[in-house]
Design a protein. Structure first.
Length: 94
């Protein structure tokens, strides 16, 4: 499954490029998806994508800015590392 790198959890909203969508707990959604995929396609490897990140778009997102301040981040591209780390924790369970 390709998880676009330009998607990032912004607290209570999902930030897709610079447009906010209200998806509640995005990481719970990802966990549900990857749990089902692991059941259907058991494999020690999974590709999550992320190479298409255009982190400058997060600059226009006020929720992304708030998340960066809360996490002590100086640059938008640091959000990708945050997202990838959270996703890696989920994937490690499966």
């Amino acid at each position: 499954m390709k998880v676009p790198g330009f998607i990032i959890d912004c607290g209570k909203s999902l930030c897709y490029n610079d447009k906010l969508k209200d998806y509640g707990d995005f990481y719970a959604l990802l966990e549900d998806i990857f749990r089902e995929l692991a059941d259907i396609f058991p494999s020690p490897y999974i590709h999550i994508g992320g190479d298409e990140v255009i982190s400058s778009q997060w600059r226009r997102c006020p929720d992304c800015g708030a998340l960066m301040r809360r996490l002590g981040m100086a640059e938008e591209r640091e959000l990708q590392g945050y997202f990838t780390s959270r996703l890696t924790s989920i994937l490690a369970r499966y």
